[in-house]
Design a protein around this ligand. Structure first.
Ligand SMILES: Nc1nc2c(c(=O)[nH]1)N=C([C@H](O)[C@@H](O)CO)CN2
Length: 120
């Protein structure tokens, strides 16, 4: 299965359950793997035949930076649903990391989801 990916996308958002978290912006890191058959784009060397990672990045940035969810779960589901609907992505894997939430967890904390049907 071919994939287009975006790794280590660093964004700030209002995110968190606790009162103090509702008044600040916190860093998030998103990693996205998106199923996409890249053969037509490669054959014709044509951006319009593939999933433009710059356009996807811009869309995710806008959504996340304007959001104010409590849970990383809700953020992840919202991003995944939007990408599948707006870009026709059949399958994706999304990791949302909240790197500063737990100071003793050096790799951050968060969620990893897969949505859609994974092509062969
Ligand atoms: N599974 C989750 N656990 C927790 C979340 C979350 O979004 N998903 N959020 C918090 C707090 O907001 C935390 O980040 C504050 O340190 C706690 N657990």
């Amino acid at each position: 299965m071919d994939q287009v990916f975006i790794k280590g996308l660093q964004l700030d958002a209002v995110i968190g359950v606790y009162d103090w978290e509702r008044t600040i912006r916190q860093p998030l890191v998103l990693d996205l793997d998106m199923a996409w058959d890249i053969r037509a784009a490669a054959e014709h060397d044509d951006l319009t035949a593939t999933l433009d990672y710059a356009v996807v990045t811009e869309r995710v940035q806008t959504l996340v930076q304007d959001s104010s969810f409590q849970l990383v779960e809700t953020l992840a589901e919202t991003v995944a649903a939007l990408l599948q609907k707006e870009f026709g992505i059949r399958w994706l894997r999304l990791r949302v990391t909240k790197p500063t939430a737990i100071p003793t967890a050096s790799g951050g904390v968060g969620v990893l989801i897969e949505r859609g049907e994974r092509p062969a």
